[in-house]
Write a protein that binds this ligand. Structure first.
Ligand SMILES: *Cc1c(COP(=O)(O)O)cnc(C)c1O
Length: 448
């Protein structure tokens, strides 16, 4: 529906023919878009298109179509769904763990008003996130109590701040790690005023280093799993079980930051610590992330002794780092639901992955090459997960990324590698379609 020219608009200056904002906003399709996009966003978009016409990038006659095209069926947010074809299970840049269908449903249900802190039977206020807590305790019977906060870093901050009090946090020099984007755990701990007492050396720390450090000035002892690197060679660290006794004797709480969120030992990752073992070994409180190998939403999970968890829950910081209702809902559904997608991807049977990869490779005219998946995101410390990828022409990588859905691959050795490990088999067809579209774009058949 062309916007009629306004009286007096005929002029030699083409800019006079640019449709007016109020006319464009009144177009039914534009007005309808205000349902998903706020009026301000729609107005800004209209003005941006008018500005392009004023700058001569498009003709005034193209303005209305450009506005409609820009609106498309654009959702209100800018985050786009991505098909993760990298083979990296917990890809921090791609939002870490994908939620299970059960968790997605729980998220939707909790999005409105919900009884996150309310007892519907009595009408009284209730403990926040009681459902997530119960699910954690059912999944980790070795824990007496549990607390969920915003993320792993927040859980570590809360545990060290609350348990160290005015005392020192004893930490091995071999565990002073940077978790990414320049964030260093020792700096994080020190940021609340806690004092670090470093013990041992980078490669070797002995029990005597800890016991020498324990004294009246000790607030807590912290063990951090070095989740994103490995020290090999002349190394030694103290097993948690050996450290627990001296800590108990000195009445000093022992915190174990495990990172990855494995609740029980995982045969495929024999070096990855798990919550059950750490608690049995004598940790007073264990810290894990919700969105790594646990496969849930972003969350920091604290599990351990009831009196220790109670101390953490009472600390003022607990309120500043509390989990939101969406995370609590998704976490509970992840724990009570079927095996989450990250663990499914981890445990992919190589023969099944190979067959699936070969089938899609044949369809796409690609070749099957060996390709190792990885846990990523601070877990599994770069342990290769043997698998395969479809090798395609390298120019597809960029085009696949800007497609809809976006497909993120790995570029290696001048080829675009598509690893299906992290994708459910139902997505193979979407991947095939995305590759077909990327190829036609590469051939210049589609220009937008
Ligand atoms: C990932 C990780 C953290 C940080 O957890 P977030 O959930 O990313 O805040 C802390 N400690 C260890 C050992 C980790 O692996």
């Amino acid at each position: 529906m062309p916007v009629p020219a306004q009286p007096g608009e005929e002029s030699t200056d083409p800019r006079r023919r640019i449709p007016r904002t109020d006319h464009l906003l009144a177009h039914p399709a534009v007005a309808a878009a205000s349902g998903t996009m706020g009026e301000r966003v729609v107005r800004d978009l209209v003005r941006a298109v008018q500005a392009r016409a004023r700058a001569g990038e498009i003709t005034p006659e193209q303005v209305q179509d450009e506005v409609l095209a820009a609106l498309g069926d654009r959702p209100a947010g800018s985050l786009r769904p991505v098909l993760n074809a990298t083979g990296v299970l917990v890809h921090t840049n791609l939002g870490r763990a994908p939620l299970s269908p059960a968790a997605r449903e729980a998220l939707r249900d909790a999005a409105g008003y919900t009884d996150v802190e309310f007892d519907l039977a009595t009408g009284a206020r209730a403990r926040r996130g009681a459902g997530a807590r119960a699910a954690l305790l059912a999944a980790c019977p070795d824990a007496e109590d549990a607390l969920v906060v915003n993320n792993g870093a927040a859980a570590l901050l809360l545990a060290t701040t609350a348990l160290a009090g005015t005392g020192e946090v004893v930490l091995s020099r071999g565990e002073m790690i940077e978790i990414g984007a320049g964030f260093r755990l020792p700096d994080l701990i020190a940021s609340t005023g806690a004092r670090l007492h470093e013990v041992g050396t980078t490669n070797r720390t002995h029990l005597v280093d800890y016991t020498d450090a324990l004294g009246p000035g000790t607030g807590c002892v912290l063990r951090i799993h070095t989740s994103n690197y490995r020290i090999i060679g002349f190394t030694s660290e103290v097993p948690l079980a050996e450290l627990a006794g001296p800590c108990r004797d000195a009445a000093v709480p022992l915190i174990a930051d495990l990172g990855s969120g494995l609740l029980a030992p995982e045969a495929l990752l024999p070096d990855e610590p798990d919550v059950a073992t750490a608690l049995r070994d004598g940790a007073d409180v264990v810290v894990v992330s919700g969105d790594k190998l646990l496969g849930g939403p972003q969350a920091g999970i604290l599990l351990g002794r009831a009196d220790v968890i109670a101390r953490l829950a009472r600390h003022p910081l607990a309120r500043a780092v509390r989990a939101d209702k969406l995370a609590l809902a998704a976490l509970e559904a992840t724990l009570d639901g079927p095996v989450p997608p990250v663990l499914d991807a981890l445990r992919t049977v190589p023969a099944v992955l190979r067959e699936r990869t070969a089938r899609l490779a044949a369809e796409l005219d690609g070749t099957v090459v060996p390709h190792a998946g990885r846990v990523g995101g601070g877990g599994g410390a770069e342990v290769p997960l043997p698998g395969w990828a479809i090798s395609l022409e390298v120019e597809l990588a960029g085009l696949l990324r800007i497609g809809d859905p976006a497909v993120v691959t790995t570029v290696q050795g001048g080829r675009c590698l598509l690893d299906l490990r992290c994708l459910p088999a139902e997505d193979d067809e979407r991947v095939a379609r995305a590759v077909a579209i990327a190829r036609s774009r590469a051939a210049g058949e589609v220009d937008r």
